[in-house]
Write a protein that binds this ligand. Structure first.
Ligand SMILES: [Zn+2]
Length: 247
């Protein structure tokens, strides 16, 4: 059984760099979680999730013992990782270690992949509206600058898939965390928020070249055959996983 994994052309051209974002295709889970659910904190059978994760890891030629897992809290803390295992309370990871692979889990929130070819360092960010409103992407770039002497104009970035503006209705309190150009009216007190465009803006404002940013504009809420969506499936939503690291 071959899993189907989303990769980005802009990251695929670097030998030794491993990355991917899982789809829900060709796993073991059934019913709501059909089929490649990688989220352990769901109501799915943990044994099946473990089997699914191993399928995904195998497809990337990595193993469980090389992976860092953040305990995501929709915050803005960035962790510098030097060993595999669980990192408490953070939504962004960076590393310059070889054979160490960063992971995040999402289902509508945006995964943001960062790679610096000059220092061979990587970053991986879970950015929903809260993390985005706190500029977790900008804070991750800053930490790559301070920790690895990375230069933002060298960075390669890839964003998505996540929930797109047409499917992302928020209330005024949420919308007003962002500049007005990033949302539009959707009835009284409701707005459609464009998180992905905010993320592009945050990358560019930190010095990343627009030409070095690749977007996947597939909407997780619409593409039910490919992705889980918390907005669509609520507590029954499985999780996708993003991975990045240097061999
Ligand atoms: Zn949609």
């Amino acid at each position: 059984m071959d899993v189907q994994t989303k990769t980005f052309a802009i990251l695929s051209r670097y030998p030794g760099l491993i990355h991917g974002f899982s789809t829900r295709r060709n796993g073991y889970s059934r019913d709501w979680y059909e089929s490649l659910n990688l989220g352990m904190h769901t109501q799915d059978d943990p044994g099946l999730v473990r089997k699914n994760r191993n399928l995904f890891y195998k497809s990337l030629h990595i193993i469980e013992d090389q992976i860092v897992y953040p305990q995501q809290v929709h915050g803005d803390h960035v962790a510098y990782c030097t060993k595999p295992g669980t990192v408490p309370h953070c939504d962004a990871l960076i590393t310059d270690r070889k054979s160490l692979f960063l992971s995040i889990q999402t289902a509508d929130c945006f995964p943001v992949f960062l790679f610096d070819p000059a220092t061979e360092s990587v970053g991986l960010i879970h950015s929903g509206w809260r993390g985005t409103s706190e500029d977790i992407v900008g804070k991750t770039i800053l930490k790559m600058q301070n920790t690895f002497n990375a230069i933002p104009s060298n960075l390669i970035a890839a964003i998505g898939p996540g929930v797109q503006q047409r499917c992302y209705q928020v209330d005024s309190k949420t919308a007003h965390h962002f500049e007005a150009r990033f949302y539009k009216d959707d009835g009284p007190g409701h707005y459609l928020l464009d998180i992905q465009s905010v993320l592009v803006e945050q990358l560019v404002s930190r010095g990343v070249h627009r030409s070095k940013i690749e977007l996947d504009d597939t909407c997780t809420h619409c593409a039910d055959h490919l992705y889980y969506s918390y907005r669509r499936d609520g507590l029954n939503a499985g999780r996708m996983m993003g991975i990045i690291g240097m061999r």
